[in-house]
Design a binder for this molecule. Structure first.
Ligand code: SIN
Length: 494
């Protein structure tokens, strides 16, 4: 059978500035717009719809109309649409990767890598759509048959961050559509363009009008507009990736309509280097985990604990690697670290580094803004002699800064690693099999990297414990977040 050809777009053809509601591109009802800028240069890329509650309501209306039809499609037909969406994303990986770099700032290799990473969730959940099994419950009484079936929860509201403009929204929309839910989504105000381009490709792939709706809003209007979804009884689930304070706000404000929630929140991840570790491998793993996206990920190590006997040696190995990182705009093919997302992000990084230095930290490399590149740039930094009193030990820095803390024994390492309200990712390096077993059980985190810094995979359950949230994305578990279980009890069978 010949496959239909897939349209390949240029970057400029993928830029959409309106909302996508009911299969159509629509300006905000108010006619207002806000600017999306390139964080590397501050240049305006597009003026996108600045939506309010009326636009968010229109998206929900469209999702409600589309729900019965999409819910009742055969799983294999939903899978076929998602596979076609996946193929279109992959076909357009270069242009989408450039768009990510343009609005988010990450180097092109990382932008393209993110496209393939996000696309892998679409393919994964396309397959999972056909595996939504229930159970026949062993008979308890004569004449009665009991079973449990899984149904889509209904309309899902997806609210996503700026750090992975494609992957974060793809890994919410794909399982929702696979489960038979319809979706309303709000991408981050800094990076709405990649999400809107994804909606364009989803439409082309055959996602029917109303099954996927995206609305953009500025920071000023977002809270009021999202409130419309929180109060609307038709929206049955919120899936959110972002900060813990916003996650708590969503949980509180959606309680009135008791929505199902998936919250992937802040991390403050520990990274422990034991004295029996392969130090070169630990440094390589830390580089991969810490400097992905310039340190702007929820799973980035934020606190690096190094055993005293190997502290200076590890600090030397790491500093050499960090000092060699190439900081440059995404237009430079050799760039390894791009700009931070905005001036507020740089302010926070500078505040953390200044506070650490004032409290006795030593700057081994970096420790300064790169004003010659622009206002959103900060040098990759290693700080020695970090202590628990420093702000960066209890708040996520979300930037390219590695603070090195010292510890003396395993019990101390576990105590300090767990001494945080958060529990998303944690990492440790050791070659002792007994220690590996002990430490991986004792770390309070949803994800543990053991002698490994690159953890992301569509096949693995991604999510946290404690104040890092609840729910899982990816893997065979990821679909359950979009399904509810229904018990059927049929009597009169004898
Ligand atoms: C995140 O930063 O929230 C996600 C990172 C990832 O998918 O690895």
């Amino acid at each position: 059978m010949t496959q239909p050809t897939l349209q390949r777009y240029e970057l400029r053809d993928l830029i959409r500035a309106d909302n996508f509601i009911d299969g159509k591109w629509t300006a905000a009802a108010s006619g207002q717009r806000f600017q999306v800028t390139d964080p590397a240069t501050g240049e305006v890329i597009a003026q996108v719809a600045d939506s309010g509650a009326a636009d968010f309501r229109a998206a929900t209306d469209a999702a409600a109309r589309a729900f019965p039809g999409w819910r009742d499609t055969l799983p294999k037909d939903r899978a076929a649409v998602l596979h076609r969406w996946h193929a279109l994303i992959v076909e357009n990986a270069d242009a989408l990767g450039r768009l990510i770099s343009l609005e988010q700032g990450k180097p092109f290799a990382e932008g393209r890598g993110e496209v393939m990473y996000g696309a892998s969730y679409v393919a994964w959940f396309a397959d999972e759509a056909t595996r939504i099994y229930g159970d026949i419950i062993p008979q308890q009484q004569r004449g009665k048959r009991m079973s449990a079936i899984k149904e889509p929860v209904g309309i899902v509201a997806a609210i996503t961050p700026w750090n992975f403009p494609l992957a974060m929204i793809a890994r919410k929309i794909a399982p929702a559509l696979a489960a038979g839910c319809t979706v309303v989504g709000k991408p981050a105000e800094d990076t709405p363009l990649t999400a809107l381009a994804l909606a364009m490709l989803a439409h082309e792939a055959g996602v029917p009008p109303g099954a996927l709706n995206l609305v953009s809003a500025s920071r000023e209007h977002a809270v009021e507009a999202v409130k419309d979804w929180l109060d609307d009884n038709r929206v049955r689930k919120i899936t959110f990736t972002g900060s813990t304070p916003v996650g708590k706000y969503l949980a509180r404000e959606s309680a009135g309509t008791l929505k199902k929630l998936s919250l992937e929140l802040g991390g403050n991840a520990p990274f422990i280097v034991f004295d029996d570790a392969d130090l070169e491998a630990a440094a390589a793993g830390l580089m991969a985990a810490k400097f992905r996206n310039g340190g702007q990920t929820c799973v980035c190590p934020n606190r690096v604990y190094v055993q005293s006997s190997v502290y200076e040696k590890f600090a030397d190995i790491l500093t050499t690697r960090v000092a060699a990182l190439k900081v440059a705009p995404a237009t430079d093919p050799s760039a390894q670290i791009g700009p931070m997302i905005n001036a507020r992000a740089v302010e926070k990084i500078a505040r953390h580094v200044d506070d650490a230095v004032a409290r006795g930290a030593r700057v081994l490399t970096g420790g300064k803004r790169l004003a010659e590149l622009g206002q959103n740039w900060y040098a990759p930094t290693v700080l020695a002699d970090a202590t628990p009193e420093m702000q960066l030990s209890c708040e996520e820095t979300f930037g390219p800064v590695v603070p090195l803390f010292r510890f003396n024994d395993e019990a101390e390492a576990i105590r300090v690693a767990n001494d945080t309200p958060f529990g998303l990712a944690s990492y440790f390096y050791s070659r002792d099999v007994r220690r590996i077993d002990r430490v991986s059980r004792l770390l309070e985190a949803g994800i543990v990297g053991i002698n490994e810094g690159a953890l992301a995979s569509e096949a693995a359950p991604f999510g946290g414990v404690k104040e890092s949230g609840y729910g899982r994305e990816g893997s065979k578990y990821g679909l359950d977040d979009y399904l509810s279980l229904k018990y059927l009890c049929q009597g009169g069978l004898e």
